[in-house]
Design a protein around this ligand. Structure first.
Ligand SMILES: [Fe+2]
Length: 299
């Protein structure tokens, strides 16, 4: 049993209009109104990939992982239950919000909320970007990737994803910071059961929003450049300038999205055959670029 792909991300926010502006105007996603005023951002044939509901804080509130079949879904439920994890069964209202047939939720050892489903509902409507984006690289590789904090529980959480959920190690990156007294940052990258170099990474430091960044992949460098133009037109700041990562070869930049949620917009990410792959250990994050504006806050 392996998790197939990243299906959706859920957030709470005090600034739904900000998410709507950012989602449509900068990312180029469609705003598909939710039943309770939620912001639902659609970037492909799925009903949406990002859902933001009103809340009293800006936080990542759930990471939706897709399983290949009902049998995998049920087997995972039993496995987690057997390990003594507290599982929350999804109800009909929750499933409707997420556009899944059903789901259950739990927390990883670092406290990140993770949800599992095997069937998305409401798929099939075409994506027509309000900003002229041709399309995002999703499909069998899922929505992109997400990096979450695992401060104080990095190894334990890494082991949980690999031994319990079937993720594979991709890269173990340690970056020394040129700041005296600040320990190195470590990022552990993992792949799900699809060719994307990583669907998930764990970060060694805390993040007040519960997320370090999310990544959406565009079709080519011109699409990335046009998105960079939209960032400028909206007067937004970059968290990291244009650059190319070493481990997944992604050409990307990082923009400060609503409420400090960083979004990486990239292209040309590696797609791998895992039967021929050896996990890497690295100490250099980038071939070039990606100048971080807040080094202590990480990649
Ligand atoms: Fe990334």
């Amino acid at each position: 049993m392996k998790v197939s792909r990243l299906g959706y991300l859920s957030f709470t926010s005090v600034d739904l209009p900000g998410w709507r502006r950012f989602g449509t105007g900068v990312i180029g996603a469609m705003d598909v109104p939710g039943t309770e005023g939620d912001v639902r951002l659609k970037i492909d044939e799925h009903p949406f990939r990002i859902r933001v509901e009103a809340g009293d804080a800006d936080r990542l509130s759930g990471i939706g992982w897709e399983l290949a079949s009902r049998a995998d879904h049920d087997a995972l439920y039993e496995r987690l239950n057997g390990l003594g994890l507290k599982l929350r069964d999804g109800d009909a209202a929750g499933a409707a919000k997420r556009c899944v047939a059903d789901y259950f939720a739990t927390e990883d050892p670092a406290g990140n909320i993770i949800e599992f489903y095997c069937e998305r509902t409401g798929c099939g409507d075409p994506f027509r970007s309000p900003a002229g984006v041709r399309g995002f690289v999703t499909g069998e590789m899922g929505l992109g990737h997400v990096v979450v904090p695992a401060a104080g529980a990095l190894e334990e959480t890494h082991d949980f994803y690999r031994s319990v959920l079937g993720f594979g190690a991709s890269d173990d990156l340690t970056i020394a910071l040129p700041i005296e007294g600040v320990p190195p940052m470590r990022v552990l990258f993992m792949h799900a059961d699809n060719p994307r170099h990583h669907s998930l990474a764990l970060f060694s430091k805390p993040s007040p929003t519960g997320i370090v960044h999310l990544m959406l992949e565009l079709e080519d460098v011109d699409e990335v450049g046009r998105c960079l133009d939209r960032v400028g037109a909206h007067g937004l700041g970059l968290m990291a300038t244009l650059g190319r990562h070493c481990n997944d070869n992604m050409l990307s930049f990082y923009v400060n999205g609503p409420a400090g949620v960083a979004v990486e917009i990239g292209c040309e990410g590696l797609q791998l055959d895992w039967t021929r792959f050896e996990p890497t250990v690295s100490s250099v994050a980038d071939h070039w670029g990606h100048a971080y504006r807040q080094l202590a806050d990480g990649p």
